[in-house]
Design a protein around this ligand. Structure first.
Ligand code: MLT
Length: 262
């Protein structure tokens, strides 16, 4: 069921009933990227997946939000839905937002899923690349992201052998607004270092990524998992940066086992 709540600038999709599980999407996609997880999670859980401002069906963001703004929007959605404590997960940019949620309202997080993400801030060259990408989106339109992002997001196996996933990812990218994309690039570029937060995480945590992810490599994910007390680390074969879409069976098995143990 897709919905929109007045006063909270996030459209969201909700499936099932039970323990709430909130999954935050990657850049530059939207809540639909979690479609392969619906059946795996919805049994005994309520799966809630928001679109960030300017993505999917959410309205445009204010001039230049920071990552904390996206986290505050997630907090506002939890308030409006009257969700006290939730299992919170995020993939890539979703992980950056999840770290901010942990800073803003740690008491509301009962379990954590960090997928294809990293705790450190952008190094200098990545910051420059984000500026360049924002300029190109502003000048050339959203379509330029197909050229700039597809090779980063998907593994060579997916690009070659899974045309359906390739087309779904392209379609989601094209649903994003240039304003939303430029705002998210600025927010990610200025994000703070979440490495000091890792040893303080005191809820069950699943760290999950793809063996062919060149943005959040298995080494980056492994180092992050080692710093989180008791975290479980899973690396999925055949998957790049969008591991939940590229290896949905592996992702769902790990997610299902994690949720069953909470
Ligand atoms: C994402 O998938 O959310 C982005 O690739 C994150 C990033 O560029 O750092």
């Amino acid at each position: 069921m897709a919905e929109h709540i007045r006063g909270v600038p996030l459209a969201y999709i909700s499936h099932g009933a039970g323990t709430p599980v909130v999954l935050l999407h990657a850049f530059p996609l939207n809540a639909r990227m979690w479609s392969p997880q619906v059946e795996a999670v919805a049994e005994g859980h309520r799966l809630v997946t928001p679109d960030y401002p300017g993505f999917g069906r959410s309205p445009h963001p204010p001039a230049q939000p920071d990552v904390r703004y996206y986290a505050a929007c997630v907090g506002g959605l939890l308030d409006r839905l009257e969700l006290g404590r939730v299992v919170l997960g995020g993939l890539s940019m979703g992980g950056y937002v999840a770290f901010e949620c942990l800073r803003l309202f740690p008491e509301r997080v009962s379990g954590l899923i960090l997928a294809n993400t990293r705790p450190d801030p952008d190094p200098g060259e990545a910051r420059e690349a984000r500026k360049e990408m924002a300029w190109r989106v502003g000048e050339e339109g959203i379509g330029v992201l197909i050229e700039l992002q597809m090779q980063r997001l998907l593994s060579p196996t997916t690009l070659e052998k899974d045309p359906r996933t390739v087309e779904e990812v392209k379609a989601m990218i094209l649903e994003s607004s240039p304003d939303g994309v430029v705002a998210a690039l600025g927010a990610m570029r200025e994000r703070s270092d979440s490495t000091p937060l890792l040893p303080e995480i005191n809820v069950p945590t699943l760290v999950i990524g793809g063996e062919d992810d060149s943005i959040s490599t298995p080494e980056v994910m492994g180092a992050m998992a080692e710093k989180i007390p008791g975290a479980r680390h899973v690396t999925l074969p055949g998957a790049g940066h969008l591991s939940n879409l590229e290896n949905p069976d592996g992702f769902n098995t790990a997610l299902g086992e994690f949720l069953a143990r909470l």
